[in-house]
Design a protein around this ligand. Structure first.
Ligand code: MF3
Ligand code: CO
Length: 250
């Protein structure tokens, strides 16, 4: 059953997740004013392959790069550009790795130099909301419990939870069962979480309205009010001992 992974299969996903985390660490160290998203994308592609993985976003439904790099008002799915980063930008890196047939997917938001107080707050709240969601990812809870935890935390700060894009199951496919893991919801609602499920929890949080639009490139999702957005994502396994983060180096 695609939904439930064995310990051996989860170990393979952990190896892909290790590559995601290592790549994120090395690429993020290069973020600075003057560097371009295209340079960061090329570096990520190189590191992933050196580690024996393949960038899973490249070619996914025709997507043209190894990473999604979303700057400022771009929520997700930004195609890496040649526009130099500027002091004060907020940049989200999002990418997946497949190795030995098993996937992992992660995202993190970074500051370029000094950023505004509201940008820093948005990043802090979005990151913490991810961990609020992860804490609910245990057997017996439901998908609604995860979304509710994220939404409650984020909205208490007045920020907007994107509705049009959601987290997802992951395994031998980048997007696997359960197909929809919303970052909003009601406690006790939705599918029950079971030992061996692997999911991506990925709050996409906007400074202002939760509403988004897609640009004419067919990919870039932007905030409807052009305010900032942040995105953090981990691939996690649901085990009898609770959630295990697979996109980590330890
Ligand atoms: N970022 C999406 C996710 O986390 C996947 C993007 S697919 C791509 O599920 F084609 F845009 F890369
Ligand atoms: Co994802």
């Amino acid at each position: 059953m695609a939904l439930i992974k064995s310990a051996t299969e989860i170990a393979k996903m952990k190896e892909s997740g290790r590559i995601v985390a290592k790549t994120l660490r090395l690429v993020s160290a290069e973020i600075a004013p003057g560097r371009t998203p295209q340079e960061l994308d090329a570096l990520a592609d190189k590191i992933i392959r050196e580690e024996g993985g393949v960038p899973s976003f490249l070619g996914y439904r025709g997507y043209p790069a190894a990473t999604c790099i979303s700057v400022n008002n771009v929520v997700v799915h930004g195609i890496p550009t040649a526009d130099p980063l500027k002091e004060g930008d907020v940049i989200s890196l999002d990418f997946g790795v497949v190795k030995d047939g098993w996937h992992a997917d992660g995202a993190w938001t970074f500051a370029v130099g000094e950023i505004s107080a509201v940008a820093q707050k948005l990043m802090n709240v979005t990151k913490e909301s991810l961990f609020q969601g992860i804490a609910k990812a245990k057997p017996g809870n439901t998908i609604g419990d995860i979304g509710h935890a994220v939404q409650k935390y984020v909205e208490s700060y007045g920020f907007g939870v994107v509705r049009e894009l959601v987290g997802h199951g992951i395994g031998q496919k980048l997007h696997d069962e359960p197909h929809n893991v919303p970052m909003f919801g009601k406690p006790g609602k939705g599918e029950k979480l079971r030992e061996g499920m692997c999911i991506c929890i990925e709050p996409m949080i906007n400074e202002g309205t939760y509403k988004v639009n897609t640009l004419s490139d067919g990919w870039s999702v932007v905030t409807a009010d052009d305010k900032l957005s942040a995105h953090y994502e981990h691939t996690i396994a649901i085990t009898k001992n609770g959630p295990v983060i697979l996109t980590s180096e330890d």
